[in-house]
Ligand binder design. Structure first.
Ligand SMILES: N[C@@H](CCC(=O)N[C@@H](CS)C(=O)NCC(=O)O)C(=O)O
Length: 524
């Protein structure tokens, strides 16, 4: 009886055995298989009681677990080079099989499985999976820096299993930008996966271009519950209830923060003051803030990101903070926040300041914004001058902040979080055009005044040559003004071009963010 492998096509576990079979010349049949049907039959469950694939049917009985199947196939025709040539090589092969199955595949599966809804998804869970995967790939990368294959100088079962394990990552969640951090793993993976015996089984492997979006959790539809009261069927004659009675929307529950005693501090007034203060920010906005701050009706909080050591890439860090602010949107009526991304290179530190309505961080924010638990929250003690000063510095984007340059400062107030510096920049833009108009009007007044004077002179002296001189002066002045205005216009044009370039750079940064958001499935 030939070996029969029960699996659906493309199963990474089954591919381990099929590739090993190509190296050892073992023949394996793979009959038609319908996942969800074939693996539920009593015959299948007899071979693998938990109904998972792959399963290898051998003349001596079935084997489940893909690594065990691959080991069996690799030894079926006697010892082969796939198993090394010494005890230590054998042990090393086993070591990499375990390492790639538990440390690499395990983390890939935690990441990918949660994305596709196979496991529950959570941001900290995903971050933990990615961080564990990076740690394992780092170790593999170091090992491969001086080696073509994992053990010895030719392909072993360790390479077959490791590459099949990596392959799940490459084809699902590990994009080029992710894997390029591990150049030796990159070289190794593509070298091995393109070996003829691999290609016969896996074909052309294509690296994923994006991480799949998080599978949306469809909440159970309560539609059926509505039928409940109808069980007590009304007599046929009874008039049907008016639709409104059934469908009337429940009055929207008030946010408990709206029920707090009124506060003299009006959040919108503070937000307006913050946005409209373009100069003397300390004296106007910061002073205004402390004048209006009501410690009874509001509370101030510092937050510090707990996992700063992971903030190695600037745009990823900015994106993380941007996502947090977006998710805080539900608290816009009750909060104001500043988030500073500190440092000129990774790891960037993320520090924030938040003003919330009420004496505590609102419960609905804690419940609904999962980022909250990624930060350490400390209530500001405003009787402590040092803490007050820290608050002021955070509001005004003081730079350096705590000895570090700011990569960015994001403000949570209106729809678009915006850095104060950028805001002021746009304002300056408007004022320079106003200055241009002002200059033009002065020049015009000057020229008109001169021409008026020359008219009077003409009348008084009715001297034709001086009239000509007057006209010449006017023309020269007009020419001068025209040249000056033209130069100024050219200068503004150049400035605008430079500014557009700067905006383009900024936009690119945010476009990259968008791409990343889409890549991570945080946005459509
Ligand atoms: N450790 C097992 C994992 C097997 C496994 O999880 N197989 C999946 C397909 S990749 C399966 O059959 N799932 C069906 C199920 O969970 O019921 C192996 O390597 O063979």
């Amino acid at each position: 009886m030939a070996l029969v492998l029960h699996t659906y096509k493309g199963n990474k576990g089954a591919e381990k055995a099929l590739i090993a079979a190509e190296y050892t010349g073992v023949k394996i049949d793979v009959p038609d298989f319908e996942m969800g049907v074939s693996n539920k039959t009593p015959e299948f469950l007899k071979m693998n009681p938990i109904g998972k694939v792959p399963v290898l049917e051998t003349p001596e009985g079935p084997i489940f677990e893909s690594n065990a199947i691959a080991r069996y196939v690799s030894r079926l025709n006697g010892e082969s080079s796939l198993n090394g040539s010494s005890l230590i090589e054998y042990a090393q092969i086993e070591q990499w099989i375990d390492f790639s199955s538990l440390e690499i595949f395990g983390s890939i599966f935690m990441w990918f499985g949660a994305r596709i809804g196979y496991k529950p998804y959570s941001v900290p869970g995903e971050e933990a999976a990615i961080s564990a995967l990076k740690r394992a790939l780092d170790a593999l990368n170091t090992h491969l820096a001086s080696k073509t294959f994992l053990v010895g100088h030719s392909i072993t079962l360790a390479d077959i299993i490791t590459v099949c394990n990596l392959s799940l990552g490459y084809t699902t969640v590990m994009t080029k930008s992710f894997t390029s951090a591990f150049p030796h793993v990159e070289r190794y993976f593509w070298t091995v996966i393109n070996q003829p015996n691999f290609k016969k089984v896996v074909g052309d492997v294509k690296q994923t271009e994006a991480v799949p979006p998080v599978a949306s959790k469809k909440p159970a539809q309560p539609a059926k519950a509505k039928e409940e009261p109808k069980k007590k069927a009304a007599p046929a004659a009874e008039a049907p209830k008016p639709v409104e009675e059934e469908e009337a929307p429940k009055p929207k529950a008030k946010n408990p923060l709206d029920l707090l005693p009124p506060s003299p501090m009006v959040l919108d007034e503070w937000k307006r003051l913050y946005s409209n203060t373009k100069s003397n920010f300390r004296e106007v906005a910061i002073k205004g803030f402390w004048d209006m701050y009501d410690p009874e009706g509001y509370s101030l909080w510092f937050c510090d990101y707990k996992y700063n050591d992971e903030n190695m890439v600037s745009f990823v860090t900015l994106n993380k903070v941007g996502g947090f602010l977006q998710r805080m949107d539900l608290a816009r009526k009750y909060a104001f926040g500043k988030m500073l991304i500190c440092g000129s290179e990774g790891p960037f530190k993320v520090k924030g300041l938040w003003l919330f309505r009420g004496p505590e961080i609102p419960k609905f924010v804690m419940d609904e914004v999962y980022d909250m638990e990624l930060y350490e929250w400390t209530k500001v003690d405003i009787s402590d001058e040092a803490q007050k000063e820290r608050v002021s510095q955070m509001i005004e984007d003081a730079e350096p902040f705590e000895g570090e340059a700011l990569l960015d400062a994001k403000c949570f107030k209106d729809r678009e979080p915006e850095r104060r510096g950028l805001h002021m920049y746009r304002e300056m833009e408007g004022s320079s055009w106003r200055r241009l108009a002002f200059l033009a009007s002065i020049s015009l007044h000057f020229v008109l005044g001169l021409s008026g004077d020359s008219k009077n002179t003409n009348k008084a002296e009715s001297h034709t040559s001086s009239s000509r001189t007057g006209t010449k002066v006017i023309l020269v002045l007009l020419g001068f003004v025209a040249v000056a205005m033209f130069s100024f216009f050219l200068y503004k044009l150049w400035q605008k071009k430079k500014r557009d370039e700067q905006y383009a750079r900024l936009l690119k940064l945010f476009e990259e963010d968008d791409e990343l958001e889409v890549e991570l499935g945080l946005r459509d």
